[in-house]
Design a protein around this ligand. Structure first.
Ligand SMILES: [Zn+2]
Length: 378
């Protein structure tokens, strides 16, 4: 057994305490006051366990964000770990309980478990006296669950200074596979304008926005391609006023997903360039790509190979998988930095009532992160 894993296993109870403190300090994304308190707990834990440089990035609308640094390396050579401490849960919505070796609670799996193992991985490196020419930066944001508008620029800026990025987001259930690919996502809104007239007197003198919208949807769905991993979902439509009126307005909300950056650019162009099917109708498509995909590049594969090797040394098999959903890891991959996501502990139920992590896995996952950092710190 490796020295780092031994140390972490010896501290299993204390690791659990860190997680419990973070989960107890509830942090719904839209409650700044409450979230800021959790941020203070986070900083306190970093100070206690790691004790490096801790910068607070003050935010007006969402919880304050943090940039923690381990070691003193060259600025352009850093290793980045990103995480978020906000959760989707309103205060008190999800009770905290420990049962059968599992900890249930808001954000336990997504992703306070991941923050816990990150701090403990750094703690283990510190206790073992391991530093290198690269410093390790941990950027913890507070609005991932509401789209990361208040952190995206910061994440991308930090990623550009990094040689690799680790994201201890929730792993793939049930066996804790890491994510070596995530789909890209686009969010768009289609607005269709027509001309309202009475449906009985001279309906042909009007222009139905609903008819046009129906044709638009059929046209958009032609871009949907399961084989290539491209999906188009019209998640919401509305429009019209009453049965006896030709509709003057209709709209649709559109979600697009894709596996490759180039695919996404082509898809976005096709979705934005709308033909008009009914004379007199006007069509506007707003929005576009929100997150580029996290692609399984050669560098991503080689990082995964390292992780797999470490896991084997620790006595288990680490699988990989892909996710259809986006995370902040899409931003770091989007600026071209190799990113491994889903490094968080084994658990289940992100955004669901059964959200939990498996406690005995915490030292193993912290050791996995510690070892991969040790190998790459230079
Ligand atoms: Zn998350």
């Amino acid at each position: 057994m490796s020295e780092l894993l031994t140390y972490l296993k010896e501290n299993e109870k204390d690791i659990e305490q860190t997680l419990l403190k973070l989960v107890t300090a509830e942090s719904p994304s839209r409650n700044k006051a409450l979230t800021d308190i959790c941020g203070l707990v986070l900083k306190e834990e970093f100070d206690r366990l790691v004790g490096g440089k801790a910068e607070t990035i003050i935010k007006e609308e969402v919880g304050n964000q943090y940039r923690f640094t381990y070691g003193t390396g060259d600025e352009s050579e850093q290793i980045l770990i990103i995480g978020h401490y906000d959760t989707v849960w309103d205060q008190g919505a999800l009770p905290i309980r420990k049962e059968n070796g599992k900890l249930y609670g808001p954000g336990a799996f997504d992703m306070k478990g991941g923050l816990t193992i990150t701090f403990w991985a750094l703690r283990a490196l510190k206790e073992a006296g391991i530093t290198g020419k690269r410093k390790i930066v941990v950027l913890v944001t507070s609005d991932e669950e509401i789209g990361s508008d208040h952190s995206r620029a910061l994440i991308e800026e930090e990623a550009k200074k990094s040689v690799m990025v680790f994201v201890p987001e929730s792993s793939i259930s049930p066996d804790g596979a890491v994510k070596t690919a995530r789909k890209g996502v686009g969010i768009l809104k289609l607005k269709v304008y027509g001309k309202a007239v009475h449906a009985g007197i001279d309906p042909w003198s009007g222009v139905s926005a609903i008819d046009e919208l129906a044709l638009q949807i059929a046209d958009l769905k032609k871009l949907d391609n399961k084989e290539d991993g491209i999906s188009i979902n019209i998640g919401k439509i509305s429009g019209g006023t009453r049965t006896n009126v030709v509709a003057a307005y209709a709209e649709a909300e559109v979600d697009i997903r894709f596996e490759k950056k180039q695919q996404g650019d082509e898809l976005e162009k096709a979705v934005l360039n709308r033909p008009v099917f009914i004379e007199g109708a006007t069509v506007e498509m707003e929005g576009g790509i929100n997150r580029y995909p996290l692609e399984r590049t050669e560098k991503v594969v080689s990082l995964y190979e390292q992780l797999k090797e470490i896991a084997a040394e620790h006595g288990y098999i680490l699988k990989e998988g892909k996710s259809g959903g986006g995370s902040d890891g899409n931003f770091t991959a989007g600026v071209g930095v190799p990113t491994i996501d889903g490094l968080g502990p084994v658990g289940d139920g992100a955004h669901a009532e059964n959200e939990h992590i498996i406690l005995e896995n915490l030292p193993y996952r912290a050791a996995l992160v510690a070892e991969v950092l040790k190998r790459n710190i230079g």
